[in-house]
Design a protein around this ligand. Structure first.
Ligand code: B12
Ligand code: SF4
Length: 526
């Protein structure tokens, strides 16, 4: 048995929807965990990473792998959609290695630390940026003295004050790609041009205020363009990577750095293409040209709604004229355009949802992603929906963006679900879409993806080997893991998210740039 200081685990992301197909989701390296792993290694700790999502391990395979190592600390990443599997993993870890300390972190754990601690198999919650906090825990420091940690004292949940936000991202080492099976990763359908492709980040945080989003009001920081380009060169050399998907919340928000990145990519000619998420109000002709010349082939805009009142309700009141212009500009310079839309937001009606579908048709992006508005824990919308009694369920497995979670006074869950199905049919059922998909085909992988997508989106059928998934991970309920009745005890005034404490520097820089001007806050929905 191999003894290690720390084992970090990425839970499998398993959908309740029987029809879900793995290729729709993709499997990309868990960057947060890999950054924690790299930092811990830099501090002299021995680390292993299990990415259960890409490995597609069932419970038996996981137990077997777990028996082969003896970790002192086990860290598990929790997003809402993986919280159920994450809780189960914690239980299994404690069964196999009762002596180890189980730490959970990630966006869901940060939002619901007491819920996590009500599972007796979870010892600690690390809130906020995990690199330094986890390294402190795993090097044996006393938890009472570590900022950003929540833990149990008897039947009370104690929450230390928030950890400091890591503002200088350049001080962090490159994610520990060497600890995961890099050749097994594959991107989600429709998002890539070339393979092998993986994900990266240049910035963290977003100054936006959108009520549905866990990134709202977080501290914006960026890595220097030079370091990011060096990392791409390393990925190309070491793993043959030919495409990068930037998962930054808003890639172009730190304008100067984004432009410098594009210029460096153009100069270096690394043979790597890339994609990025951008906000329409952080995008203009100069940026579009720079992206294109730097090797970007696709941009994704969050349009969200075709109705101004709904945009105001969700605090994303971007001028729709600006959205049309941005998309037009992107198309003109030859960037492929992907847009996201939400159906079932606060204040939504059947008519406003139809306006969103009409807007998608009018904007006519190359790809449109329709989601059902889902109030994730930690967001303003979640607090609003819970307060007003609009939540249908707090079973986190249902929080998948494809089924109505809220019972709103203005529209029924059935009407939302119908609009969601209609949006896909109307948008993708057009003959022009078929022709576009054909034109986009560049390799055999694209052909296979298109066949699968057709069956998935139009016929909602699961086909092929890649539809294989392991439901056993989620054949349990959240309640099964609440075996410690907990009361909250907060050191200081109130429990606040780490990211709420520091808003400075770059945020102001971003807001002062003319094309990065951000939308003004509006009154809360409802
Ligand atoms: C990339 C991404 C994905 C990728 C994931 C690929 C991958 N392997 O990374 C894909 C496309 C698969 C994806 C899917 C989904 N995603 Co997503 N995704 C993101 C995105 C854009 C970036 C994640 C990231 O890399 N962040 C950067 C790293 C550095 O931060 P981090 O992961 O949070 O990790 C840090 C801390 O949280 C902490 N930490 C994390 N884990 C741990 C563990 C331990 C032990 C410790 C100590 C600390 C710690 O330390 C890390 C380093 O500082 C985020 C938005 C965002 N800005 O974070 C949304 C986000 C995480 N996704 C979100 C959602 C809703 C989804 C989906 C449900 C959407 C869907 N149905 O399609 C699914 C669910 C997937 C799942 N596995 O649960 C929400 C999560 C909301 C929630 N409460 O869970 C987010 C926050 C978007 C948003 N702004 O609202 N997603
Ligand atoms: S702009 Fe995008 S990433 Fe930022 S808060 Fe709004 S939805 Fe989230």
């Amino acid at each position: 048995m191999e003894k290690v200081d720390a084992l970090l685990i990425n839970p499998p992301w398993i959908s309740k929807d029987e029809n879900i197909w793995h290729g729709i989701k993709g499997a990309m390296p868990p960057l947060g965990l890999l950054s924690i792993a790299a930092y811990a290694e830099q501090q002299g700790l021995s680390v292993r990473v299990f990415d259960l999502h890409v490995e597609r391990w069932g419970i038996a395979e996981f137990r077997e792998a777990l028996r082969r190592i003896l970790p002192s600390y086990v860290g598990i990443s929790f997003m809402t959609a993986t919280a159920l599997a994450g809780n189960r993993i914690a239980r299994i870890v404690k069964e196999v290695h009762p002596g180890c300390t189980v730490v959970v972190g990630g966006v869901h754990a940060e939002a619901m630390p007491s819920e996590c601690l009500s599972n007796s198999a979870i010892d600690l919650v690390a809130r906020g940026d995990g690199e330094k906090t986890f390294a402190r825990i795993a090097s044996g420091q006393s938890v009472e003295n570590i900022a950003g940690v929540s833990y149990r004292i008897g039947n009370e949940a104690a929450h230390n004050p928030p950890a400091e936000v890591i503002t200088n991202l350049d001080e962090l080492p490159m994610p520990a790609y060497h600890l995961v099976p890099m050749r097994k990763y594959y991107p989600a359908i429709g998002a890539y041009r070339r393979l092998p492709a993986i994900n990266m980040l240049m910035t963290r945080g977003c100054p936006g205020k959108c009520t549905f989003c866990n990134s709202a009001n977080t501290t914006l920081r960026t890595r220097s363009a030079e370091l990011v380009v060096e990392e791409i060169a390393h990925l190309r050399r070491t793993y043959g990577i030919r495409e990068i998907q930037f998962y930054d919340d808003t890639f172009t928000v730190v304008r100067k750095n984004a432009l410098r990145f594009c210029r460096l990519m153009k100069e270096r000619q690394l043979g790597v293409s890339w994609t990025a998420f951008v906000r329409t109000d952080c995008f203009d002709k100069q940026m579009a040209l720079a992206l294109k010349e730097g090797g970007c082939h696709q941009v994704m805009f969050g349009v969200e709604s075709g109705d101004d009142q709904i945009l105001a309700n969700i605090k994303k009141p971007i001028d729709r004229e600006k959205t049309y212009q941005a998309i037009e500009t992107a198309k003109k310079v030859g960037l492929e355009v992907r847009t996201t839309f939400m159906l079932g937001s606060p204040g939504e009606t059947v008519e406003s949802m139809q306006r969103t579908i009409d807007c998608a048709l009018q904007l006519d992006p190359d790809l449109a992603i329709f989601n059902i508005t889902t109030p994730y824990p930690g967001t303003e919308m979640f607090a609003w929906a819970k307060h007003n009694g609009y939540l249908n369920t707090e079973d986190w497995g249902d929080y998948e963006l494809s089924g109505a979670i809220m019972n709103l006074p203005t529209v029924t869950p059935q009407q939302v679900n119908e609009a969601y199905t209609r949006a896909h049919k109307v948008f993708y059922g057009r003959p022009i879409m078929f022709w576009r998909r054909l034109k986009r085909i560049r390799n055999i992988s694209h052909i296979v993806d298109n066949i699968h997508a057709f069956f998935y989106i139009i016929l909602r059928r699961k086909i092929g080997k890649r539809g294989f998934f392991r439901r056993e991970w989620i054949e349990c309920r959240q309640e099964d893991f609440r075996d410690v009745p907990l009361q909250d005890h907060v050191w200081g005034n109130k429990l606040i998210r780490t990211c709420d404490i520091q808003r400075r520097g770059l945020q102001q820089e971003a807001a002062s740039e003319p094309t990065t001007e951000l939308a003004l806050p509006v009154p809360a929905p409802g």
